[in-house]
Each structure stands twice: as structure tokens, then as C-alpha cells.
Design a protein around this ligand. Structure first.
Ligand SMILES: Cc1ncc(COP(=O)(O)O)c(C=O)c1O
Length: 411
């Protein structure tokens, strides 16, 4: 996967064989897929792993098929741990990032008056979950302020809040869904470790796009999906639980016969590993697709992906900046591959449909997705374009030209 055929990067570093990667991606022939922040295009090995397993289930039986593929299933956990530099036994499969997040929150014994300290750019569903904890348990939700230029959370101010409020939980989203912002999760983590505070990171948009190292971040819990920049199937995600948290005995509120042993009529004992956060029933074809996707990402190499993907986004932003009627909304010193912009004179759905008609996949974001961020930027909606490493510079230029034409068109 790491051959030297690309023109621009230094020769000492592995480069991507773009032609091979695109040949491995059936969707590349039918669309310009700039909705990787929604769901990446699956590569052939992912598709194959899933289809073969469904065929096996159909021919030998579902339980028998999973028994026959036990090694490959276990590799989901091993590969994911390798991807995020986690210890064995600390990764749990989940049906989505939100499922993983809810399981993590359910393991915390919140009491009235406990503080959840988070940021103004945390993901919409996380914010709703915190509000739900406020409603049910009387938890106080505190948002750390942003830097004056809007380029992410003010870590010093967040650390001051940690010291003053001693939150029960610190929560940060690495890359929010609503812009290319990259939050300084490792800096936040250093303060959490210093103050011994429980730290939960949402890495849903960063896993598969940027290096995500749980040791470097210093988090206790981390959640992600497999379907976005990891290019796995829909209906999948994972939860990382540090050994420290596992040793503390933390367990999800509803734990099943897979996560715990029923040791006596009135007793149960959670298992030692993060399997405590899983359930007995797995979508095995999906888990195997995820294992294949994570192995694929490891073979391609996160380092070259993390160079190329944001660079394609930067090229796109440069192509959009200054277009009449277009306002690029991303902030921060090194934005990720989520390019967001507002377009004057258009309604959201017609604008997206116009791009659909040109064979360009995109996504819309609305103020509801990001109450603080869109309020600050004074926008009701924006279009999000999210390339990945398998997209080409030509596609970026085609998309920028399409936006220029639409934004300038009489409507
Ligand atoms: C930053 C972030 N966190 C969490 C999620 C939720 O992921 P899922 O749909 O897998 O629950 C998303 C989805 O877009 C996201 O962008």
C-alpha cells in the first residue's frame, strides 16, 4: 500500500498509491464522494469480508459461522487497539459512536450537583445527553469558553474550571461534526491527568483521518464510529476504556450475560476486559467488516493519510475562499478535512440537490447541530464537504468550480 508514485511529498516518507487505492474503492467510479465525514466509501476488502460472512451464515448457520471466524472477530479488537495505541482488552465494539458514548456515560454514577465540563463544540448528541443527565440527575453542565478568535476551546480557561469545579467528567470532541476545527484534546488530557479527572473524548471524526493515540491524549474513555474516515460499514463503532477505569470497577448501567458472569442467584461479576461494555449479540458481518477496515487503514498508514486528507481540504478551502456569496466557516490553525461554508441566496436543500445532480456527495449542517458555533458565526446552515485520501486533486478542483458556478448562478 505504501509505494512511491506520488509527486509531491518528501521521498523519505511513505506515500500513497492513489491509483491502487482508488481501484480498491468501487464508489470512486460512480461519484465524487465528499461526504466522508458522513460515511466513507468502503474498500473492497471490507465489502468482501462482510459479504463472505453473510454467505457463510446462510450456508452453515449464524452461530456456526461466528464460531468459524472467531479469530477474525477477535482481530477487530486487536486491530482497533493497535490503531489507537491502546492495551489489549480495552476496546469494546458498539453499534455506533453514540451507542458507545451512552454506554460510557451510563458507567458514571452521577449525583445531583456533579459537574460535566465540556466545550462549546462538542457533538450535538453528546450535548443532548448532558442535558438529559441534567434533567434526570441534576448534573450541572459547564461549557469552557472558546479562544477569542473562535479557534477552539481556551485550554487555560478550561483547566481553571477543572481546578475550581472539580468536574465528575471532562468531555471533549476531537473534531466536531460542524466544522474543520481540531480541538487540543491532548492538552486538555494533560490537565485531566494532573488533576486526576475522568476524561471522555469523542474521536468520531478524527479516527482514520488523524493520529489518535489514547496514551498521548491521556483519556480514560474514547468513542468513535467505524463508518466515517475509517471507511467501515454503517452501524458500527467502538469504545475505549482505560485499564485504570476497568480496574476501578466501572460498568455500564445495563450489563448483560456477555459483560458479566451471573455468579449466584443474587450476584454477578463484570468481566475483566472492556467486553464488559459489549453485548452478547454481535452483528458479526459488520464486526468483520470493521476489522477489515481498521487493518486496511493500518496498511495504508495513518501518517500519510493525515498528511494528504487535510491537504486536500485545504486546497478546497483555497478554491472556495473569496468566491462571491461563499463564506468559509472553518477556524483553527490546522483544520481537519471537514470543509464548511455558507452560500448566500440559496436554501439548503436546493443547493445540496444541485451538487447531487452534478454527482458530488455532500452534507448539510444546521444551527441545531451546533447551537454555540453557528450562533457565533451567525449562520443557520452550511454545506459540508469532506474529502478523504482517495479523492484526487482534480476532484477537489471540479467541486470548487461547481460551487463557484452554483454560488454565482441566478436562482
Ligand atoms: C463528532 C461526532 N461525534 C459523534 C457522532 C455520532 O456518531 P454515530 O452516528 O456513529 O452515533 C458524529 C456523527 O456524525 C460526529 O460527527
Amino acid at each position: 500500500m505504501k509505494t512511491q508514485d506520488s509527486a509531491s511529498a518528501p521521498t523519505s516518507e511513505p506515500l500513497l498509491d492513489l491509483a491502487a487505492l482508488r481501484a480498491d474503492t468501487p464508489g470512486c467510479t460512480s461519484v465524487i464522494h465528499f461526504n466522508n465525514a458522513g460515511c466513507g466509501l468502503m474498500a473492497r476488502p471490507v465489502l468482501r469480508a462482510m459479504i463472505e460472512h453473510l454467505q457463510l451464515e446462510a450456508s452453515v448457520g449464524g452461530y456456526e459461522a461466528s464460531a468459524a471466524r472467531a479469530t477474525e472477530v477477535a482481530d477487530f479488537h486487536a486491530a482497533t487497539a493497535e490503531l489507537i495505541n491502546a492495551r489489549p482488552g480495552t476496546v469494546a465494539f458498539a453499534g455506533s459512536a453514540t451507542h458507545a458514548y451512552a454506554k460510557a456515560l451510563s458507567a458514571i454514577d452521577f449525583r445531583p450537583g456533579d459537574v460535566v465540563l465540556t466545550t462549546r463544540n462538542d457533538f450535538i448528541s453528546n450535548q443532548i445527553a448532558f442535558l438529559s443527565l441534567r434533567r434526570r440527575h441534576g448534573v450541572e453542565v459547564v461549557h469552557a469558553p472558546d479562544l477569542p478568535d473562535g479557534a477552539g476551546v481556551d485550554v487555560a480557561a478550561m483547566a481553571a474550571l477543572m481546578r475550581a469545579r472539580r468536574p465528575r467528567l471532562v468531555a471533549a470532541t476531537h473534531v466536531p461534526t460542524n466544522s474543520g476545527l481540531v480541538q487540543p484534546v491532548a492538552e486538555i488530557g494533560r490537565h485531566c491527568r494532573e488533576l486526576d479527572l475522568l476524561y471522555l473524548v469523542d474521536a468520531c471524526q478524527s479516527v482514520g483521518q488523524l493520529p489518535v493515540d489514547v496514551e498521548e491524549i491521556g483519556c480514560d474513555l474514547l468513542t468513535a464510529t467505524c463508518r466515517k474516515f475509517l471507511r467501515g460499514p454503517r452501524g458500527s463503532g467502538f469504545l475505549y476504556v482505560s485499564e485504570r477505569v476497568l480496574r476501578s470497577g466501572a460498568e455500564p448501567l445495563f450489563i448483560d450475560m456477555y459483560g458479566a458472569r451471573w455468579t449466584a442467584p443474587g450476584e454477578y461479576r463484570p468481566v475483566e476486559t472492556a467486553a464488559r461494555f459489549e453485548e452478547w449479540e454481535f452483528p458479526y458481518a459488520t464486526v468483520l467488516g470493521c476489522a477489515a477496515a481498521v487493518r486496511y487503514a493500518l496498511r495504508v498508514g495513518i501518517a500519510p493519510v493525515a498528511r494528504r486528507t487535510p491537504a486536500l481540504a485545504a486546497r478546497l478551502r483555497a478554491g472556495l475562499a473569496g468566491l462571491p456569496g461563499v463564506r468559509v466557516l472553518d477556524r483553527g490553525p490546522s483544520p481537519a478535512a471537514l470543509v464548511t461554508f455558507a452560500v448566500a441566496g440559496w436554501q439548503p436543500q436546493p443547493f445540496k440537490r444541485a451538487l447531487d445532480d452534478l454527482g458530488v456527495n455532500s452534507a448539510l449542517s444546521f444551527r441545531e447541530f451546533a447551537q454555540f458555533d453557528f450562533g457565533d458565526k451567525d449562520v443557520e446552515w452550511c454545506l459540508r464537504l469532506s474529502p478523504h485520501y482517495y479523492n484526487t486533486e482534480d476532484e477537489v478542483d471540479t467541486v470548487a468550480a461547481a460551487v463557484a458556478e452554483l454560488a454565482g448562478a441566478v436562482r
